[in-house]
Ligand binder design. Sequence first.
Ligand code: LER
Ligand code: MN
Length: 280
Amino acid sequence: MKLSIAIADTHALPSAFVVYRGFQECVPKAAQLGYEGIELALKRADEIHINQLQQLLEDHQMEVSCISTGQVYADGGLMFTHESYQKREEVKAIFREMIDLAEDFGKIVNIGRVRGAIGHRSKAHVEALFVEVARELCDYAMPKDVTLILEPVNRYEIDFIHTVEEGGELLKKIDRANMMLMPDVFHMNIEDKKIGPELARNVHCIKYIHLADSNRLAPGLGHINFQDIFYYLLQAGYDGWVSAEILPKPDPDMAAKQTADFLLPMIKDYNEKRAKMRTA
Ligand code: LER
Ligand code: MN
């Protein structure tokens, strides 16, 4: 298990939901705090200067954990399930570029609210639109060894796919090996029956996990039981990224430090126990 933190570029929209802004300034800070990866929060793939990012990552021994796409939705409401064919083509083109970038950086692209809302439409219709777009993008991503990860999001933010269980059901309909889930424990705390057991039960289709406490502050500052979550993940054999997606409060540096100070000892212990379990 490795720890990552969400970063957007300096010109990202105010609505970009990240801890840090500015790759050049914040990648060194994250590395210093002990993070091993950064989650690139992008609106478009061409925000990234490939050589610059490569150098920055190399200089600080960091990896890209995932490319996240919340800003694709936040900027103009583009979504997979738009009624307009033209708009769906637009979002597919943006995602193909994200997938191309992910081929070199992280090999994972997330689908959060960009799936779109159901609104007044029928769920079956929206689901069918989603399945069609998701399959097409998975087929594009497969030869590049890129996985798409669908994030269940709580009811106050969207009306389509709230729980890990619902996400798992939709995955079956999409029926592509490179379509997996990205549970976020903040959303799970609102929607799922029990966080640890649900993660363990669905571990076969979980590729990546967002961590935040119940109040979206750094882990340890709310009432989510991270020891319990890690216990279940360990039993289930999870070995992917966990990424801090928290409010930058009281400020980005403090939030990032609180998260690292709280989680890194737990992750160290997790990895030691996992190594023992694998050799036993
Ligand atoms: C995105 O990862 C997420 O968790 C959403 O709550 C952001 O609005
Ligand atoms: Mn999230």
